[in-house]
Structure formats: C-alpha cells, structure tokens
Design a binder for this molecule. Structure first.
Ligand code: NAD
Length: 297
C-alpha cells in the first residue's frame, strides 16, 4: 500500500529526493516556498495541496529538507508547525544539515508529542539525490530507523546509524568540513598545474589515479570543462551553494569550540569560503572556490 508522505523543501536536493519516493509508488505531497519548485514536483507526478496543516495531519511520514537550523526549528516548533499538526506516531525525518543542538531540541520536542524523529542528513550531492544513491547519516532510536529504512533505501544506497538524536548531524558536519577542505586543496593543485602550463584535465586525470585522489576529483571537478555534468561546467549553477558550505563550516567551528577540538584547516577553509561569499559568489556552487584562487576561467 502507498505510504502517505509529506515532503517539505523541494530545493536542489529535496525535489529529486521527493521525486524518487513518487517513482517508488508512494503518495507524496510536496511543499516549498518557491511556487516554481512545487509546479515542477507536480509535473513529475507529485501531489500538491494548499493546506499544509491538513496534509501533515494525514501523513504517515513527514520529511524535511530545508536550508539551515532556523528553518528547521521554525518548521517543526512554530505555532502552526509540524509538531502542532501531525498525529502522534507520525514518523518525522529531517534530512537538512543543521546543528547537533537544534536537531536534539526538535527531537526532544517530537518525542514529548509521541512522534519518533530522526536526524538523517545526507551526502552525495544533487547527483546522488537524483540517482537515489545518497548516504544517510542517522541519529535517533533504532526502532525509528527500522521504520524509516524502506523509504531511505529509495533515496539512498548507504544508511549509517551514528547514534542517538543529533549524532547524524555531528558526523555530517565532520564530513562536510573535510569536503570543504578537499575542494580547496583540489582547486589549488589544479591551479598550480595550469599555472605551470599543464592541461587541467591531464592534472586531474593523473591525480585521480594517484595518491591525491578524492571525491571532488572523481565526481565534482572544480575546473570548468574538465568534467561533464558538474556545476563547474554549467557556470557553477545548481549543486551545493557556497553559503550552504559556509553554514556547515560555521557549524563545524561551533562544534569545535564546544568540544575543544583543534580544526586549523577547517577554520582556514571557513574564512576562504567567507571571502568568496562576500565577493558575491554565495549563491554559486561551492566548487566555484576555484575562481578565488586564480583568474575567472
Ligand atoms: P536549497 O536552498 O536548494 O533548498 C531548500 C529549499 O527549502 C528551498 O527551495 C526553499 O524555498 C525551501 N524552504 C525554506 N524554508 C521553507 C519552508 N518554511 N517551507 C517550505 N520550504 C521551505 O538547498 P539544498 O541544496 O536542497 O539543501 C538542503 C539541505 O541539504 C541543506 O541543509 C544543505 O546543507 C543540505 N545538503 C545539500 C547538498 C547539496 O549538494 N545541495 C548535499 C548534502 C546536504
């Protein structure tokens, strides 16, 4: 039987994730503040409604994919928020990348209302969201994860239980700090090769088969024209925004301050993305950090 799912946040990631649930035969009602995204969802067979509260009240599962902590806190805890509208027993899954603290706050409030809740941030980019190959890093009760697994399986290929509420967010922040650092390092290395007369594709191909290999070289090359179907080859549009990376590095800094961990490269990366954003590139894909390190290609 089709499960009744409400999906809130049909952006770069949420739209293809929700579309995969529709293709799997579920009754998915999608919501976003951007009307064009909702239309695109409806064109692909998704359900739409003018009455978000009623849709949440009838849902078996509510999934959110929103930008940052404040959006998630507002969506769940507001007077007309998800916790006020959903029935007890509704399974809540937040896939946004937010602070561990915010995830725990919402998770506690959900538990008090009798609603199992998971923080389930993802990795894999927009291609992973489209192809249903995301990695889910899950925090929350094992029983809630067991209930969510069939749906996460539709959207992803790897599901890890990181621990209790908030632990999915902690591991996600560690991963994204590393990703932010790797993207800058990869950009710097390609720029060095190009400055010395090499073809960026040659530098990239060699490093991708050598000890410098990493995910950004494999599937997300930052130099325009080296790889097809990546943001760098379409004017750094789509993908994962500079400001979202900046947000995640900010979360990493908060988490380092709270725990006393030393994160010198994470701190340097945060500052470089911050300069890049201030120079007007906040809405571009984060691989556009390549531009900060040389002439605009
Ligand atoms: P996005 O900005 O493209 O999408 C977010 C969507 O949420 C927007 O369409 C916005 O209109 C909508 N929204 C905001 N507030 C809303 C509300 N109250 N009700 C309904 N809709 C609302 O962002 P994205 O790239 O899809 O990323 C979403 C989350 O996933 C972020 O936390 C990001 O850090 C994380 N993430 C992104 C990527 C990526 O590659 N883009 C990868 C992994 C994780």
């Amino acid at each position: 039987m089709a499960t009744n799912i409400v999906f809130i946040g049909l952006g770069n990631m949420g739209l293809p994730m929700a579309q995969n649930l529709v293709r799997a035969g579920h009754a998915v009602t999608g919501f976003d503040l951007v009307a064009a995204s909702v239309r695109q969802f409806a064109d692909g067979g998704g359900l739409v409604s003018d009455d978000q509260a009623a849709a949440i009240g009838q849902a078996d599962i509510v999934i959110t994919m929103l930008p940052a902590s404040r959006h998630v806190l507002g969506a769940y805890l507001g007077d007309a928020g998800i916790l006020a509208q959903a029935r007890p027993g509704t399974l809540l899954i937040d896939c946004s990348t937010i602070s561990t603290e915010a995830a725990r706050q919402v998770g506690r409030a959900a538990q008090e209302q009798g609603m199992p809740m998971l923080d389930a941030p993802v990795s894999g980019g927009t291609a992973g969201a489209t192809n249903g190959t995301l990695t889910f890093m899950v925090g929350g009760e094992a029983s809630a994860l067991a209930a969510a697994r069939p749906y996460l399986d539709v959207m992803g290929k790897a599901i890890f239980h990181a621990g209790g509420s908030g632990c999915g967010q902690t591991v996600k922040i560690c991963n994204n700090m590393l990703l932010g650092i790797l993207m800058i390092g990869t950009s710097e290395a390609i720029r060095l090769g190009v400055a010395n007369g090499l073809d960026p594709k040659v530098v990239s191909d060699v490093m991708a088969k050598s000890s410098g290999r990493n995910w950004t070289l494999d599937v997300y090359n930052p130099c325009p024209g080296v790889a097809e179907n990546v943001p760098a080859s379409r004017g750094y549009t789509g993908g994962f925004g500079v400001d979202l990376m900046l947000k995640d590095l900010g979360l990493a800094m908060e988490s380092a301050l709270a725990s006393g961990a030393s994160v010198p490269l994470g701190a340097l990366s945060r500052n470089l993305y911050s300069l890049h954003s201030k120079a007007g590139s906040g809405a571009l894909d984060f691989s556009s950090i390549y531009q900060l390190l040389g002439d605009k290609a």
